[in-house]
Write a protein that binds this ligand. Structure first.
Ligand code: ADP
Length: 354
């Protein structure tokens, strides 16, 4: 056609859109964009705009399609009628049927279908704006939508195409390269490097195919990085780090301090246990109507005992702890004097007997 550029790569090694031969187009992703889907992802890659939505695992109807030992993964690729310059006839076409089939198979090694026998996982990839490389863009979005839906997966899948223009291999074809280039080699792979989709349009030598696959591998590595970044920003590392720190702190407290500290750290979940444990000395469960008994217990500590306890607390924790811990430390005295252990084991036995 007359639109065919004379040259795809200039003397500086730059392509028509300014990229180098081994560069992918800028990609942005946003997860969880559809509230009714179990998982979703909106992805822009160059001028491609793709929305992926995952529904399921859910019961598959009609039942005769159900697989007794695993889930059925259905993948539907569709180009919106308005996604290209000339309107596309809505509905499935031979092209979209083929792309749906091969793209669904690209997830075969990673989706752990065995966890959902009889169920179906529906993946919809809607191309809103097409500009070459839509099947690869859709696979990249679908991966994140699957993760967003909480589908157990062994890893991610990334996809990009390699082509040939001006006798050179180029990564991630743009529209003119796709339309007028010598070859188009879309590839998808797992993080382990297992190729899960490989198609080819045009002509490449065996050597070019090998090199092209290596080039695609590098492109996929960049895409994995983008996908992981999206996952981290969605599911948050900062919080995780905080939680981890908190857990570490708690672990330290639990190991370095005596059982009375555990009583502070562990709250509601073990309160029943503590309650049972503390028929004698506990002051935490006052609301249970044992106030008088507990008060008696507190009163039973002499000034000297309380003084010793607070001195010890000061040694351990510094001054600020001493005040609030007088009752607790009184308990800790108790605890450390091996009584609570005995009490505990008694209770344990009691529980077991019950
Ligand atoms: P991919 O989008 O995966 O590269 P193709 O190589 O088949 O798939 O298509 C290349 C590009 O051609 C598409 O991204 C889209 O921009 C355009 N295209 C594909 N099918 C049509 C169509 N039926 N009408 C108009 N443009 C199309």
């Amino acid at each position: 056609m007359s639109d065919k550029p004379e040259k795809f790569i200039d003397e500086n090694g730059l392509r028509l859109d300014g990229r180098r031969v081994d560069e992918i187009r800028p990609m942005t992703v946003e997860m969880g964009v559809l509230s009714r889907a179990d998982g979703s992802c909106y992805l822009e890659w160059g001028n491609n705009k793709v929305l992926a939505a995952v529904y399921g695992p859910r019961e598959l109807h009609p039942r005769r399609l159900q697989r007794p030992s695993e889930a059925l993964v259905r993948y539907r690729y569709n180009m919106a009628a308005f996604s290209v310059e000339d309107r596309i006839r809505p509905g499935p076409s031979r092209r979209s049927t083929e792309i749906s089939k091969v793209s669904g198979e690209a997830f075969e090694p990673v989706v752990m279908k065995q966890f959902y026998p009889g169920a179906v996982i529906d993946v919809f990839a809607e191309v809103l704006q097409a500009d070459a490389g839509t099947r690869t863009a859709a696979i990249n979005a679908a991966t994140l939508a699957l993760v967003d839906a909480g589908i157990p997966m062994k890893g991610l899948v990334a996809s990009c195409a390699v082509g040939k223009v001006d006798g050179q291999l180029v990564l991630d074809l743009n529209k003119p390269e796709d339309n007028y280039g010598d070859a188009d080699l879309p590839i998808a792979m797992t993080e382990d490097g297992e190729i899960t989709l490989l198609q080819m349009d045009g002509n490449l030598t065996a050597d070019e195919i090998t090199k092209g696959i290596e080039m695609a591998r590098k492109g996929c590595e960049q895409i994995f990085a983008i996908q992981k970044e999206a996952l981290l920003s969605k599911f948050g590392t900062a919080d995780e780090e905080e939680l981890l720190k908190e857990a570490e702190l708690q672990a330290e407290v639990a190991t370095s301090e005596d059982e009375s500290e555990d009583v502070e750290v562990i709250s509601e979940t073990v309160s029943d246990e503590i309650q049972a444990e503390d028929d004698e000395p506990e002051a935490e469960d006052d609301d249970e109507g044992e106030n008088t008994e507990l008060q008696d217990e507190e009163e039973a500590f002499t000034d000297d005992e309380v003084g010793d306890a607070s001195d010890e607390a000061e040694d351990l924790f510094g001054e600020d702890v001493s005040e609030f811990e007088i009752t607790e430390n009184a308990e800790s005295e108790d605890d450390s004097s091996s009584e609570p252990e005995g009490a505990e084991s008694d209770e344990d036995e009691g529980e077991k007997n019950e």
